[in-house]
Design a protein around this ligand. Sequence first.
Ligand code: LLP
Length: 425
Amino acid sequence: ISAFSVREDGYMYCEDVRVQDIMDNEVEEVRPFYLYSKRQLRRNYEAYQEALKGLNSIIGYAVKANNNLKIMRCLRELGSGAVLVSGTELRLAVEHTGFDPARCVFNGNGKLLEELELAAQYGVLINVDSEFDLAQIIEASRNTGKRIKVLLRINPDVDPQVHPYVATGNKNSKFGIRNEKLGWFLEEVKKHSENLELVGVHCHLGSTITKVDVFRDAAVVMVDFVKKIRGENFTIKYLNIGGGLGIDYYHKGAILPTPTDLIDTVRDLVTKEGLTLIIEPGRSLVANTSAFVSHVTGVKTNGTKDFIVIDGSMSELIRPSLYGAYQHIEFVAPPAEGAEVKTFDVVGPVCESADFLGKERELPTPKRGDGIVVHDAGAYCMAMASTYNLRMRPPEYWVADDGKTVEKIRHAEQLDDHIRYFEGL
Ligand code: LLP
């Protein structure tokens, strides 16, 4: 089941609602917006729950993928924990969403002392990323009087076979600890046992992974570390294998690994070692819950290129520009009679040539005002949106649990919001 589909009448639906009807009747703004399916969010979460049956586990939602409060609250209500990478994400998750700190992990290669102190106060798990990070974690423990539960982020040197910008677990990556340094870290933790409790190991290979064998490869390496560390008299409870499961961006009917496929590659190892598995999905929980809906502004031709110019842009959705990422593009209504199909670049109004949402897409020639969607926009799209060209961030809506009711889940950013940053200066 997918949230967005073109039905027999030629219209795109989000659950049981025509996207065209949402554009015409539900959305107040005339600008682009993000549209989500709450049901899809639930389905995605339940797929992980189902996959993890029979294991002790924590699902830690990677909030960086999408920090909409309504989405975070929905996941928290479903039982999710959270993976946080900044002090503000931490505060949003613990203070404003109510995530259980015992099911939260604070992670990052450049965590600041003040952020670590906050994490210590809340009592979330903290990943150790480097020598200086460990020193600061000890300092945060002293300053707050809290004994901190830590996981060592180990760099397992497994190639996830993805875009270099989103590969993180290879030898020369800026993340994690190399295995030859493990002994030093264990000594340090022992020395500071009044400040630190070593409870687990963590790795994260990268993002958009579509071959689950790499998770097994990493888990084998990690379990080896667990054994070594246990051999040094530590009680290791958690194996955190990070996030990274990819999704079907191409919409060509490919069969991609599911959460069950992923968990099943590591299940025997986790069970045998009596570990609690932590998994940190972002994209695979939220990407396909949303489409970014824009309107066609016009069609033009330059040289040999045909362009569809829309009112959405790289400011709202930067993945195609930044990573050359493919996100599927479709119209929300059937084409007009006789509309010529051509190969178009789909571009926005921002003043640079990097501003495209799709390149060389076969599409029927549209007319002004037609609705057009960029699919799989729930992860790393709104979360990476900027106000470049002073384009105010778009509103967000979802189709609620009944599959019919449309609700606003985030206001459109306004010029007033921008002006507020300068008040009284
Ligand atoms: N855990 C850690 C430690 C991570 O660094 C990440 C993502 C995740 C979990 C979640 O990974 P996911 O399940 O979402 O793949 N902006 C890029 C993706 C960057 C991913 C960063 N780390 C994109 O738009 O493709």
